[in-house]
Design a binder for this molecule. Structure first.
Ligand code: PMT
Length: 330
């Protein structure tokens, strides 16, 4: 069996790698708080499905959207870390469209990355959107940003107020995978109504906590020679053990378009995903290709002249339709 690290091995080996990853992880600081929030959110939305039906006549569904990149600390008292490019734009935009489609969303995001409903605000919203009013006593929204600020506040408060958005943040690879496991185990009770939309850019290599330097690594010691372990791909256990009835969508990112679809196809089969969204780094905001378990390859494009503002709009519409069929046929 391929373990996702290019080696042949057994299920026991994969389980051992995963166990070793979690054993080597520092305990999640906020784990009680996270699990209380999760329990409350899932309970509330499970009950909601009994009382309400959505616009399309289905029970309420819950999606976990992962967003942004994970860091890999090099020191326990971390001064340096390895990071990646992900801005979290995909996850934030997708969350908005899922909420609009009536989903409850658990937004697992990298601290400091793009947030749902705030994408149209400038980079430094506090300093750019606000100004002093008369005599410098009060603060008001600058007229050029008033529509964007109003929309952000209204839509965000509506989503949170209606109990449709739970935001949980991570920084490191350790936090991300521990939280993903907690979320998946909590969502198990939802059966096929649960969806995972794994847009986070997850590190492939890490320094195990046990072998990590405690203090800042000294540059006076000369060039740094460091061995990184491979992060076990959790996609297989996610779909098989943690949330076996959930609808799972993973992403495949490449910079070489020649290998993108081939790799996405392989990921679909290897990790038994229901769909894989393939994207290339530089064109990721313009086009994605969805690979399905029925061997379809569906191109989804942004087209501003036709009013398709971002690729996530039609992408989420497609996934919502496929998820509905999955639930109905389950
Ligand atoms: O955030 P943006 O700037 O908007 O960019 C969006 C995006 C390009 C990050 C997003 O669309 C995307 O492609 N996310 C996945 C990037 C990625 O990590 O690709 P990958 O081919 O290395 O991994 C494939 C899948 O395996 C991913 O769903 C990832 O969550 C998962 N994975 C990866 C590594 C690992 N150790 N374990 C995993 O489970």
């Amino acid at each position: 069996m391929d373990l996702g690290n290019g080696l042949e091995g057994t299920q026991d080996t994969l389980d051992a790698e995963i166990q070793s990853f979690f054993d080597s992880a520092p305990p999640l600081k906020s784990s009680i708080n996270v699990s209380e929030k999760l329990e409350e959110f899932i309970k509330r939305n499970s009950e909601a499905s009994g009382k309400f039906t959505l616009r399309n006549g289905c029970d309420r569904k819950i999606v976990c959207v992962t967003s942004g990149g994970t860091t890999v600390p090099l020191e326990r008292r971390c001064v340096r870390y390895i990071d990646n490019f992900s801005s979290g734009h995909r996850g934030a935009a997708s969350t908005e469209y899922f909420v609009k489609a009536g989903y409850a969303v658990i937004f697992l995001y990298r601290r400091g990355t793009f947030q749902p409903f705030c994408r149209s605000l400038p980079d430094d919203p506090l300093l750019e959107c606000f100004e002093f009013s008369d005599e410098s006593k009060n603060i008001q929204v600058h007229h050029s940003h008033s529509e964007a600020v109003k929309r952000a506040i209204t839509e965000h408060h509506a989503a949170v107020g209606e109990g449709l958005l739970l935001k949980l943040c991570f920084t490191t690879i350790f936090e991300y995978l521990q939280m993903l496991q907690m979320i998946a185990l909590s969502m198990r009770s939802l059966g096929p109504r649960a969806m995972f939309y794994l847009a986070a850019a997850v590190s492939d290599f890490y320094v195990p906590w046990k072998s990590m330097a405690e203090h800042k690594i000294q540059s006076a010691s000369g060039p740094l020679d460091m061995q990184l372990n491979q992060v076990p791909k959790m996609l297989l256990v996610l779909g098989k053990d943690w949330a076996p009835t959930a609808f799972c969508i993973s992403f495949k990112l490449e910079t070489d378009t020649k290998i993108l679809l081939e790799k996405a196809d392989a990921a679909l089969k290897k990790y038994k995903m229901h769909m894989v969204v393939a994207n290339e780094l530089s064109s990721r905001k313009e086009e994605v290709i969805v690979i399905t378990s029925n061997n379809e390859r569906i191109s989804v494009r942004r087209n501003r002249t036709l009013g398709v503002e971002d690729v996530e709009g039609p992408l989420i519409q497609l996934l919502v339709e496929r998820h509905s069929s999955y639930v109905q046929n389950f």
